[in-house]
Ligand binder design. Structure first.
Ligand code: 13P
Length: 249
């Protein structure tokens, strides 16, 4: 069985004081649950995360990255810079980046490649909007989103990526996909990876994101193809985040 992984996406939240309390609370509650966990923090707090979490059971990472390597790209942060802070994970193509920053699936694919080249693990996010969901288009939408990444990434490197299925209508809304609904999408995503690299597909952790909370995490993570969660709101309180980490079956 694949090990579970719970990743917090702090989004644009935090302060040095709040982060210190949150990270201390998470570390104190980890007590060898057997589930791996990580926090993806805003870039200015990577040094703080590294200083506090090094040697702990909690890994850390970033929420976005530039597809470019270096140079005159004001405001951008390169994968090599993130690697300097020993990030393990970098979220690529979160739906908020796709919606508010016009990121295409092709750009997301380039970002994932940049992350791989810098020795870190991209968490490639896919998910359909409410309108697409209601039109019954979830599967073709996520297939196209993942397809763009699979077209660019060397199949041999698929052992080093993660995917997160985050239905946009479930993010921050309190609505979750039913476990069966999410399972169906996860199974489809895994099959899509398997067509390129069967071994990578079998081992790949595919996370679910979208209003995952301590009280629904167990049911979601009990599904055979749901290997953990990408957590927004509930990652901002140690008690809730730990509740999800400890909810695994
Ligand atoms: P919520 O858990 O707040 O719904 O956010 C999910 C998410 O977007 C994680 O990346």
């Amino acid at each position: 069985m694949r090990p579970k992984l719970v990743v917090g996406n702090w989004k644009m939240n935090g302060s040095q004081v709040a982060n210190a309390n949150l990270l201390a609370g998470i570390m104190a509650g980890m007590n060898g649950s057997g589930v791996s966990c990580a926090v993806c923090v805003p870039a200015p707090y990577l040094a703080q995360a590294q200083a506090m979490l090094a040697g702990s059971l909690v890994a850390w990472g970033a929420q976005d990255v530039s597809a470019r390597q270096a140079g005159a790209f004001t405001g951008e942060i390169s994968a090599d810079m993130l690697a300097e802070f020993a990030c393990r994970y970098v979220i690529c193509g979160h739906s908020e980046r796709r919606a508010y920053h016009c990121e295409s699936s092709e750009l997301v694919a380039k970002k994932a490649v940049a992350v791989l080249n810098a020795g870190m693990t991209p968490i490639i996010c896919v998910g359909e909007t409410l309108a697409q969901h209601e039109a019954g288009e979830a599967l073709p939408v996520v297939t196209a989103q993942l397809g763009a990444a699979l077209a660019l990434i060397d199949p041999a490197l698929l052992t080093r990526i993660l995917i997160s299925y985050e239905p946009v209508w479930a993010i921050g809304t309190g609505k979750t996909a039913t476990p069966a609904m999410a399972q169906a999408v996860h199974a489809q995503l895994r099959a899509q990876v398997a067509a390129k690299n069967a071994v990578a597909a079998e081992d790949m952790q595919i996370l679910y994101g979208g209003s995952m909370k301590p009280d629904n995490a167990r049911q979601l993570m009990a599904q055979p193809d749901i290997d953990g969660g990408l957590i927004g709101g509930a990652a901002l309180k140690a008690e809730d985040f730990l509740g999800i980490i400890h909810a695994h079956v």
